[in-house]
Write a protein that binds this ligand. Structure first.
Ligand code: ZN
Length: 637
């Protein structure tokens, strides 16, 4: 009747044939029944007006192949890495194998293969050989390569269209010669065509293959695998070369920030006009571009902006980041390069993030990474001088992190180290042998946190943090260990937090960007050589929903405590080398979601701040206990 369970019924009915009457060993060769039954189910629904199963199935299998989670489909059940991979291989990838066989031999031959297989082997024991021999006999093709690649290995397939030559023949028809390059270790026949016509098929066998065909009309821009049936992982090199886009096709669109759109055969390039403001630049207009391929590769972000304010000398701004190129596959690794010259700061950054997890669906998720960065101030009129000195740094270092779930308990930890040089302009007229202009430094941070169910339906959150700066001189402002939250490098990419007078940096707006010692009640410009802190939160959800923009409302009580050095906040006790800071209060934490976009919002009241003159929300005549507020668009930790 078309209900959601139709697929299930068709699948289970299929088992009356595959393994019911064609009796394979389900433990040894599960793909002969589970993958087969999924395949016949998909083909049946397709025949009855549904979308081709291939299009929904193949991209998911492809990501498992590219990320190197895939294991040979013919693996004996209990030797798969885990139950999830067993399922993905024996159901999904096996289904894809039958689809690829169907693609290689054609629909009509595939039907004959299935009928011959049933009539020859019904009520007998079957295995891979039995099925392959029937397929080879009926199709009159050697199919050992196909069974070998799809069932006994996990190769990657990529073809590139190198060249197209068109010749007009004497009789007015066109002869076209296409040169196809095989770049992957896997092989598949590849169709050559354009939008809705297939002209020829390359065997996909040699490293370089020339394919000739003749047509009545001159063919348009040719493409390899236009129907998307060859499991080709990089379809950005499948087309005839064109200016600007090369061999790729680009799907231009207006960016909908609430949707992550990806295309199987195109680069998605989404544009969005944006605007923000700050004191020097005034209203700043920008155009943002985001790109991706398959959601994971060729991820780019470009942001060009122009300031309209009268005082700005450097009006034009640029920020660009490029991640995960498909031509340089690095499984389970994110890599990116960024460069910027915007609002008085210039720099470049490189980063690598490698996931070390052993299982996709469960278990700890450890990562290691490396960052290298150059950041310099180029126009002080833009910067918030409470947060930035006239200085630059070149720094690099490794980090490691882990996230773990134990029941409803979530544990997270991160350690990072950076070393480099800091160079600064001590200001005009200063001639001093003790002031540095260039100096080495090190910076070390570590944090661990836990959220776990607690008494009376509450959730307890605990976070501890330690950070230290090592260098002969005091750190420049942007490299201090901050007391209240994120450091200026961490908030730099956010135009609402970047420059003096930006929306969230305005002196009358108490925005909290979490991080570091995370004492949310204090001013964001406090920082020193070191800090040790603990954040404790008790939250209780009072309202939950599975749809709509507002998903959860929770009440919260928090306290943040830290020991910081006297550079951050001078001690009240003479000669003491540290200062104790604490705040406490209550808040409202809400969770929101619009389609693919979700965020957490905090409205908090840090009612108690022990060093109240250093509070973010400071007004004359207030004491430790006073009404103060803050707003944040991120979870506290
Ligand atoms: Zn089944």
């Amino acid at each position: 009747n078309g209900s959601a369970s139709l697929g299930l019924i068709v699948h289970e009915t299929g088992h009356q044939y595959v393994m019911g009457q064609l009796a394979n060993n389900e433990w040894r060769e599960g793909w002969l029944d589970e993958g087969f039954s999924d395949f016949q189910e998909g083909w049946l629904l397709e025949t009855h007006g549904g979308p081709p199963a291939y299009d929904g199935l193949e991209p998911d299998v492809l990501l498992l192949d590219l990320e190197r989670w895939s294991e040979p489909v013919s693996t004996v059940s209990e030797r798969f890495r885990d139950f999830l991979i067993y399922q993905e291989m024996v159901y999904a990838k096996a289904q894809l194998f039958y689809e690829q066989l169907r693609y290689v031999v054609g629909d009509e031959t595939m039907r004959r293969i299935l009928r011959a297989y049933f009539s020859r082997w019904k009520l007998k024991h079957v295995d891979e050989d039995a099925f392959r021999r029937v397929a080879e006999e009926v199709s009159k093709q050697d199919l050992k390569w196909l069974f070998g690649e799809w069932l006994h290995a996990t190769p990657l397939i990529d073809y590139r269209l190198r060249r197209v030559e068109r010749h007009r023949l004497a009789d007015g028809r066109w002869r076209t010669v296409v040169t196809v390059e095989r770049k992957g270790d896997g092989r598949m026949p590849v169709e050559i065509g354009e939008r809705d016509s297939i002209y020829a098929r390359a065997t996909g066998e040699p490293a370089t293959e020339r394919v000739e065909f003749t047509t009545a009309k001159k063919p348009g821009r040719l493409m390899l695998d236009p129907r998307g049936r060859a499991h080709d992982y990089d379809m950005l090199n499948n087309r005839e070369k064109r200016p600007f886009v090369g061999r790729a096709a680009v799907g231009w669109r207006l960016d909908d920030p609430t949707r992550e759109t990806a295309k199987r055969d195109k680069l998605v390039s989404a544009w969005l006009p944006v605007a923000w403001s700050n004191d020097l630049g005034g209203v700043t207009l920008g155009l943002r571009n985001r790109t991706n391929y398959l959601g994971r590769y060729e991820r780019g972000m470009l942001l060009a902006s122009v300031a309209t304010g009268s005082g700005a000398a450097g009006r034009l701004g640029f920020y660009g980041r490029w991640s995960n190129p498909i031509r340089h596959l690095m499984p389970r690794t994110q890599s990116s390069v960024a460069a910027w010259d915007v609002e008085g700061r210039a720099g470049v950054a490189l980063s690598v993030d490698r996931a070390l997890r052993q299982h996709l669906g469960f278990g700890p998720d450890p990562h290691v990474g490396f960052d290298a960065l150059w950041m310099a101030t180029t126009d002080l009129a833009y910067v918030d001088r409470r947060l930035w000195d006239d200085a630059g740094t070149v720094e690099a270092g490794p980090w490691a992190s882990i996230e773990m779930r134990r029941g409803a308990t979530l544990l997270r930890a991160r350690l990072g180290a950076r070393g480099g040089i800091v160079y600064s302009n001590p200001g005009p007229g200063i001639v001093s042998s003790s002031r540095y202009d260039i100096e080495g430094f090190g910076r070390f941070t570590g944090a661990a946190s836990m959220r776990t169910p607690f008494l009376f339906g509450t959730t307890l959150g605990v976070r501890v943090f330690g950070g230290a700066y090592a260098g002969a001189s005091d750190p420049v402002r942007q490299r201090r260990i901050p007391v209240a939250g994120a450091d200026p490098y961490e908030t730099f990419t956010d135009p609402f937090l970047r420059s003096r007078g930006a929306l969230f940096l305005r002196p009358d707006f108490f925005y909290h960007a979490p991080g570091n010692a995370n004492l949310r009640g204090f001013r964001s410009d406090l920082g020193g050589r070191w800090a040790l802190s603990a954040n404790i939160e008790l939250t209780r959800a009072v309202w939950r929903r599975d749809q709509g923009i507002l998903r959860e409302v929770a009440l919260e009580a928090f306290t943040d405590r830290a020991l910081v050095d006297t550079l951050a906040v001078p001690s009240n006790t003479l000669g003491q080398r540290f200062t104790l800071l604490f705040d406490a209060g209550v808040g409202l934490v809400t969770r929101h979601q619009i389609r693919d976009l979700d965020w957490t919002m905090r409205f908090e009241l840090p009612l108690i701040v022990n060093r109240y003159n250093e509070a973010a929300d400071v007004r004359v005549g207030r004491g430790q206990l006073a009404f103060r507020w803050l707003l944040s668009l991120s979870p506290s930790f």
